[in-house]
Design a protein around this ligand. Structure first.
Ligand SMILES: Cc1cc2nc3c(=O)[nH]c(=O)nc-3n(C[C@H](O)[C@H](O)[C@H](O)COP(=O)(O)O)c2cc1C
Length: 412
């Protein structure tokens, strides 16, 4: 029988998701200056858990406090802040919901660092110099990812996801554009995938056979000379052997933002693509269809789903097992309940109704996450220009607090 949104899903590890809607990871920026979770995470994830998703992915949590995607990230590189993490996880588990922690290192794409950018290979990112991680640091990354996964499990998160999409460190290792190493982590696809596969295998060994372990992977880099779809398929087969339970498919990076529906020039894909693609809505369905016959692991596709009919069609086709939703859930946390009840046919997508640049539209969602976390409603009447300013003021102030906390720790 074809799956529908209300169908439960049993993962290879035995865990059951109560339905097929999952909230995609969205960085919250809500941590305190020590990069620990706060009461705002609790309020936010309680609202999302009550909203009806079968599974919630957290925003990306960093494995090294010196390298952040943005200043308000949660980072776990010691053993502090555990009570706050436990409260966060408990809120996300309400309503029989799964809450999986997304684990990340931003590499050369870090938004803020204590000591400059680092990645697989030396070079520049924009105007900033990037140094190459040495072999001992790469090996230490496996330990760091495992430490965060075990901490997630011990504090009550019900699964983990390794972030290997969107141009962060794991995808930098995978891509020939950013990985020019000549040691065991560079060159052949097997070498470029070694870190991700080793991390996945080591996490599986650390958390046991019954705990969900997921990976978010780009279908390709959408850049000439980058990771190809065929290479991604091969990596997925290795990840299955390493014990992965669910693959989330995405794409792009900061330079090519296909994950939020923009082409290379920043134009909305929905305005430039052919009609058949637009009808299916989701950006990465073709890759799911290509992968499906090759692997048995459940597939989640995130990016672009906005109508109940397209979600049901994707599930009915058998090509996708879980529908990932991100931006609409910043506007209204209750939308999954309404989709599951069939009382809403289309999700809000305000940037489709106007002309707005990528930065301002993403800033709007960042700001709405904070409003939900404060117990408020999202802005429905949007001043796009003000959104960007509000977001950069917030992150600017958070960066000052982060740097002050770092220097206090250094002088203590
Ligand atoms: C505000 C915001 C923050 C995001 N943060 C993350 C993140 O931390 N990790 C991640 O994998 N993707 C992140 N994404 C990408 C989303 O998970 C998702 O892939 C993308 O928004 C497309 O899904 P949608 O069309 O349903 O919004 C973020 C997107 C937005 C809009």
């Amino acid at each position: 029988m074809p799956a529908h949104l209300n169908s439960p899903l049993t993962l290879p590890c035995g865990a059951v998701l109560k339905n097929r809607i999952a909230k995609g990871a969205m960085t919250e920026g809500l941590a305190n200056p020590l990069n620990q979770a706060t009461e705002e995470h609790v309020t936010l994830y309680r609202r999302w858990a009550k909203g009806g998703c079968g599974m919630l992915l957290t925003g990306n949590v960093q494995v090294d406090r010196r390298h952040l995607e943005r200043p308000g990230n949660v980072a776990i590189d010691g053993n502090d802040g555990l009570a706050a993490l436990a409260a966060y996880a408990a809120a996300g588990r309400e309503n029989n919901t799964h809450i999986w922690m997304q684990i990340n290192h931003p590499g050369r794409q870090a938004g803020v660092t204590a000591e400059g950018l680092a990645g697989p290979s030396a070079g520049t990112y924009g105007d900033a110099p990037v140094r190459a991680l040495d072999g001992a640091e790469v090996e230490d990354l496996v330990r760091r990812f495992v430490h965060v996964a075990r901490t997630a499990q011990q504090t009550g998160f019900t699964g983990v996801q390794v972030h290997s999409a969107h141009g962060y460190l794991m995808s930098q290792f995978l891509s020939p554009l950013t990985n020019h190493r000549t040691d065991a982590w560079g060159g052949s696809l097997e070498n470029r995938a070694r870190l991700l596969v080793d991390v996945t295998r080591a996490i599986r060994a650390a958390v046991g056979a019954e705990f969900p372990v997921s990976v978010k992977l780009n279908s390709s880099d959408f850049q000439k000379g980058g990771l190809t779809e065929d290479e991604s398929c091969e990596v997925v087969r290795w990840l299955c052997d390493a014990g992965m339970d669910l693959l989330e498919i995405s794409g792009g990076n900061y330079e090519s933002q296909v994950m939020v529906g923009r082409d290379q020039s920043g134009e909305l894909i929905s305005r430039t693509k052919k009609a058949s693609t637009i009808a299916r809505e989701a950006y990465f369905l073709e890759f799911a269809a290509k992968l499906r016959p090759q692997v048995t692991v459940p597939l989640m596709v995130t990016g672009g789903f906005r109508t109940l009919s397209a979600m049901e069609a994707a599930l009915a086709s058998g090509e996708v097992d879980v529908i990932g939703l991100a931006r609409p859930l910043c506007i209204d946390a209750d939308l999954p309940n309404q989709l599951l009840a069939g009382t809403i046919a289309r999700l809000p997508s305000p940037e489709e109704e106007t002309t707005v640049d990528t930065g301002s539209s993403i800033a709007y969602y960042f700001n709405q996450v904070r409003k939900l976390a404060a117990g408020e409603d999202a802005d429905r009447d949007i001043d796009w220009a003000e959104q960007l300013q509000r977001h950069s003021d917030f992150d600017g102030a958070a960066e000052v607090r982060y740097r002050a906390a770092l220097s206090e720790a250094a002088t203590a």
